[in-house]
Design a protein around this ligand. Sequence first.
Ligand code: FAD
Length: 461
Amino acid sequence: MSKNYASYSYWLETSGDDLTPRPALDGTIDVDVAILGAGYSGLWTAYYLLEREPSLNVAILEKEIAGFGASGRNGGGLGNRFPVGLRRTAQLFGREGAVSLQQAINTVVDEISGVAEMEGIDMDFVRGGYMRLARSPYQVEVLQREQRTLEAFGFGEDSTVLDANEVAERVSVAGAVAGHFNHNSAKIHPAKLARGLARAVERRGATIYEQTDVIDYTTGAYPALHTARGHARAKTIVLAGESYLSRFPQLRRKVMPVYSLITLTEPLSPCDWQEIGWEAREGLSSATNMVKYLTHTSDGRILFGGRGAPYHFGSRIKDEYDRHDPTQRMLQDDVREWFPMLKDVKFTHSWGGPLGWPRDYVPTVSYDPREGLAAAYGYTGTGVGPTNLFGRILADLITRTDSEISRLPFINRDGRKWEPEPFRFLGVRFVQHGFERLDRKAEETGVAPNGKSLVERLTRH
Ligand SMILES: Cc1cc2nc3c(=O)[nH]c(=O)nc-3n(C[C@H](O)[C@H](O)[C@H](O)COP(=O)(O)OP(=O)(O)OC[C@H]3O[C@@H](n4cnc5c(N)ncnc54)[C@H](O)[C@@H]3O)c2cc1C
């Protein structure tokens, strides 16, 4: 019997699309490109492959349904942010490399909204910007530092630091003392994008096989995705399974699943909205180590998400981990603390899902023509925009289209590996608690973390 896919997130529930699974792969097929995963990464790769070369034979093999993973569950924040900051990318790839990467990421909001418009995907797109909020004086310095970094690299004009009054004109959040506002960001309905994109790639000729679990893959002379009921043999296979790729022994140390959880309020009354403001519907987030993120949904609710759910030994992923009562309760307390006027608000939905976390925060986009192997994964919590860029990069690499983005410096980089268990479990749990402690201490002392604590040194990026 099929799972109740609508129960995995409010977004899947309200996507307006028929979630009945497409037929599974049954037998063996020969295609040009076989893609594992029908999330944004897999779908964007298929989309741009078929745009570059419409005659390509492209198959997507999806374990559940299109948009089942993070792409159908996320916070809906679409931004021009790479998981690693500009200073760190400059250390890794030089100043020019960092600048070219940021320039490439700066295109994603326009690109995604342009394709959605062209393909008739109504994804509740609002280009309201994005604001990181300081709710404690020590966080003001964090925001100012971020702005100084952007300016030092020539990207200052997209963003600005707002004082408490300017923030209050936008949104009424208790204790907000400053904000870092970025214009080049938007909010979307994540599942409408994923489901709409799936239909768009089908219109362009791709075949999506759902409820088709890839249990192994081969490369070299015979690139193929293998399932219990058949094989997709291809010239190139693409691994676009994000956190779930950690189940493959070859990738176990390259990407780790970390759960991010979300709680959602009922639709608020016009009176509440009048008090809160938030008319531009910009994405909001905290300026803490344990990031909290907020979206003002199109039907007048507040989505409040954050990390904090525990890491599970052996990088296990299970449906039951999508909900974790203590974390959901904490998020609901946060809603009441950020918006005291909502002390009696009801919460209608809670869900979550795994993100793919690389050891050094640098996502992977790679292509090895000799092995017939391409991959895109490891976006941490900021993949909605970058998946589009990575799809374009892979399409250019696979079709041998020379472009600026296909020469970006982090392509084919072999990043640092995760520690094997049990060290990984101990380390990740230590870091999770450490970040909470750092935030609490900074709150109490009013002094920003100085970057010298063990947990900060362990996670420097
Ligand atoms: C709760 C949450 C909130 C988030 N909020 C934001 C946000 O506000 N902004 C932002 O930018 N990013 C956010 N993210 C991250 C963002 O959603 C992801 O980076 C992005 O969706 C990754 O897309 P993907 O296609 O690479 O992976 P996924 O969407 O996870 O897709 C992978 C697909 O592969 C399939 N698959 C896996 N293994 C197999 C297999 N063996 N065989 C066949 N199929 C397989 C899965 O079923 C899944 O459909 C959030 C993520 C989560 C979980």
